[in-house]
Design a protein around this ligand. Structure first.
Ligand code: PMV
Length: 382
């Protein structure tokens, strides 16, 4: 087995030479760690040989994802353990950069989001995620954290996914932790469930797992980005943060919707259809399953008490435009996460035509073009 130290140095070089280009698709490959998963027991310290080269600083970037078979409901709220598996595509170009510096001179964590000091609730969340890393690594210093996203945050564009994937990678690097892809995914999951998937590029499944401690609940790559040249168009219909976050939305739905058991029942078939469609690159199968699963998730959210409606008039207008494009023979399908933005899947060669068709829809503020993107990547600092 390669020692962590040697592996770590090799990785540093690989990320430096990987050049952060879009073709550089892999997430981490820390074979030194033997695929062991850190228990989700906060008190458990990583074995000393797996905390190496405490560099104090680390930086990484990760991209958002769109869920095709969605995560909506937690069997364990503290550990972000889902009732069901979920599958997503990592979105090229919708990116968060994270830099973490553990600094002995700091009395408390200093946390900045897009150049602005984190608000109290954000700061609490980010600091408790750092506490988890401090407990697992044995590093006790406070940290300076800088997070920057290049797309609207907290508005249903999976910014928490890219944020926590990048943050987990940067902070564990700074703390010298030697983690496998799976461990990093399980750790990112603690910050935000969907972040477990953004650790990987391309087409990604997050396994629900069965263990109470969450050790078997992590994401795995189904296929790399180049497996399927899909076009993705994102219609931004509101830039402000949503009123009800996904954590509260899921909890309310699971507790208060009489249809929640039905959602759990139908979800498995969608998951299977999405998996099969990715395998054989069947866009009609994928798109129909994704739309069906999206509408089921929003239906179950709508039937929570009080109801949760994430859409605005622009959202509905875009959905209708997608259906009418389909009637005209364009292979386009939508999905919507916990917010008003609409993500549209189509063949890459039709992406510009779909984007043009969406730009004119009332309520659309911005159209972003994307495609399957890469997993989390370290960025060399200093
Ligand atoms: O990871 P969270 O807590 O932001 O929840 C994400 C929920 C959805 O985006 C609606 C679905 C999903 O699977 O990403």
């Amino acid at each position: 087995m390669t020692s962590c130290r040697a592996q770590d140095i090799r990785l540093t070089e690989r990320f430096r030479t990987a050049g952060q280009g879009p073709e550089s698709t892999s997430a981490f490959d820390l074979s030194c760690c033997d695929g062991r998963i850190i228990a989700d027991n906060d008190e458990r310290r990583l074995a000393p040989d797996r905390v190496v080269n405490v560099m104090g600083s680390g930086a990484a970037r990760a991209q958002a994802n769109v869920a095709l078979a969605k995560y909506w409901g937690k069997r364990n709220e503290a550990l972000n353990l889902p009732y069901t598996g979920s599958i997503s595509i990592t979105l090229a170009g919708l990116e968060t950069f994270a830099q973490v510096d553990f600094d002995a001179s700091l009395q408390s964590d200093s946390l900045e989001l897009n150049g602005v000091a984190a608000k109290q609730d954000e700061a609490r969340k980010l600091s408790s995620f750092l506490d988890l890393i401090r407990r697992q690594s044995g590093v006790s210093r406070r940290a300076r954290v800088e997070l920057r996203s290049n797309f609207p945050v907290a508005a249903g564009l999976a910014s928490s996914a890219s944020t926590f994937a990048a943050f987990a990678a940067a902070a564990t690097r700074a703390a010298g932790m030697c983690l496998t892809d799976q461990e990093l995914s399980a750790l990112a999951r603690r910050g935000s469930g969907s972040a477990a998937r953004s650790v990987f590029g391309g087409f990604v499944e997050w396994l629900a797992g069965e263990a109470d401690d969450g050790t078997d609940s992590y994401a795995t790559q189904l296929a790399p980005p180049e497996h399927w040249d899909l076009g993705i168009v994102v219609a931004v219909t509101a830039a402000e943060p949503k009123a009800v976050g996904s954590r509260e939305g899921m909890a309310r739905t699971a507790k208060e919707s009489p249809f929640f058991p039905v959602w759990l029942q139908v979800h498995d078939a969608d998951l299977e259809a999405v998996r099969a469609a990715i395998r054989v690159r069947d866009l009609a199968l994928l798109g129909q399953a994704a739309e069906r699963n999206c509408l089921a998730m929003h239906a179950v959210a709508l039937t929570a008490r009080p109801p949760l409606l994430y859409w605005n008039p622009g959202t509905i207008a875009v959905m209708q435009r997608v259906w009418s494009l389909r009637e005209q023979g364009v292979e386009a399908y939508f999905s919507i996460d916990a917010g008003p933005q609409v993500k549209i899947l189509c063949p890459m060669e039709q992406r510009d035509a779909v984007a043009d068709g969406i730009r004119g829809v009332a309520g659309v503020q911005r159209v972003l073009l994307s495609q399957p993107g890469s997993g989390v990547q370290h960025v060399e600092v200093g």
